[in-house]
Write a protein that binds this ligand. Structure first.
Ligand code: DP6
Length: 345
């Protein structure tokens, strides 16, 4: 018997960063992210039960991609208890990312959340239950996605999500993300994120290694405490939506802190490039001169996410073309915005 499912699931960009984990994919501090729209994975999964040759076969854009298989196999091993059929099944996965391949954009959040959605769907089919998309179901998918990649837990919800327990945030949990769209002002519901591609090359240090380096870092405890405070400030700032200067302050401080942590270990590393810094300085200058509330955040890489309210789209576009594309690899940037979360395809 063969079961199929197909989902598209977006990437997300953290404003308060998850950096440091313990146990089985549990975060050291709570994080808050915007769910994106243009950057997403479209995935199709086929599961044949009691197949002669159990195991996973992974394709990307219609072509074999065995390099992805070890990460997926270790994800599947963590799901043995939940999906006992997985062990003896033959699983075929084919996916594409809508963002340019090799643009230096991490695809683990979108890909692993899409995989958790497909697996949960197929589980329902096997159990002959109704296919769901309600809140408890998505919460459970978020937990499963977390076991694949921490940040993937946040991608299953539209607009914004919080993952990780905070004593000040009711319902927050280390096990799964919770939806946050109903708790933020309207200005944030269509916030823009233009991703300036500074370098398209593969990351020199994986997130997994980066997280593990936090274990020996002298500043770690202070960082987790600060992240806990930052998320509470941001929750309040985003609830009212009135103080974009305060929003900017938290976002930029979080972004630079993430990179400062990378530079502070016994084996320090730098993921920013000279053009990352050049763009940050341009943002500060432009904001000073125009008073337009545009700010940046950074992922674990050199690319710069420009965050701004939709009403400034035209001004920002003109400025990007005039002053920022020269710092981008081949002039490439991706126009993204806060989005409505995953959906079946
Ligand atoms: C800097 O979720 O990629 O993007 O759980 O090991 O898969 P794993 O790590 P990952 O780490 C994301 C780190 C970050 C910050 C964030 O998204 O919160």
């Amino acid at each position: 018997m063969t079961y199929t499912s197909a989902w598209q699931s977006p990437s997300n960009i953290a404003l308060v960063k998850y950096w440091g984990k313990h146990g089985i994919q549990l975060p050291r501090n709570p994080s808050l992210s915007f769910t994106l729209s243009a950057c997403r994975t479209e995935m199709k999964m086929e599961v044949s039960l009691n197949a002669g040759t159990p195991g996973v076969t992974v394709y990307y854009d219609g072509k074999p991609k065995p390099a992805f298989e070890p990460k997926i196999n270790s994800f599947f091993q963590r799901l043995d208890d939940r999906f006992p059929w997985l062990k003896s099944a033959s699983v075929f996965i084919d996916s594409i990312n809508t963002f340019p391949h090799g643009a230096g954009i991490a695809s683990s959040a979108s890909a692993l959340s899409a995989m958790a959605l497909c697996l949960s769907d197929i589980h329902e089919l096997i159990e002959q239950k109704q296919q769901e998309t309600n809140q408890p179901w998505l919460q459970d998918v978020s937990l499963l996605a977390r076991l694949g990649s921490g940040s993937a837990s946040r991608s299953v919800f539209p607009v914004a999500a919080i993952w990780g327990h905070s004593p000040g945030i009711a319902g927050s949990s280390d096990d799964y993300a919770i939806p946050w769209q109903d708790n933020i002002a309207s200005v944030f519901h269509d916030y823009q994120d233009t991703i300036l591609i500074v370098s398209a090359s593969e990351k020199s240090v994986s997130s997994t290694l980066g997280h593990s380096m936090m274990n020996d870092l002298a500043y770690a405890a202070t960082r987790y405490e600060l992240a806990g405070k930052n998320i509470l400030s941001l929750v309040e700032i985003m609830r009212s939506g009135k103080d974009l200067d305060a929003f900017i302050s938290v976002c930029e401080s979080e972004a630079l802190q993430l990179h400062a942590l990378m530079m502070s270990g016994a084996n320090p590393f730098i993921l920013m490039e000279p053009n990352t810094i050049a763009i940050i300085k341009k943002i500060w200058q432009f904001r000073n001169e125009t008073k337009i509330p545009v700010c940046f955040t950074l992922d674990a890489g050199p690319n710069v996410h420009l965050l701004y309210p939709k009403i400034y789209q035209q001004d920002i576009q003109t400025w990007i073309n005039a002053e920022l594309t020269k710092f981008c690899a081949d002039g490439v940037y991706i126009s993204d915005h806060v989005g409505s979360g995953p959906s079946r395809i």
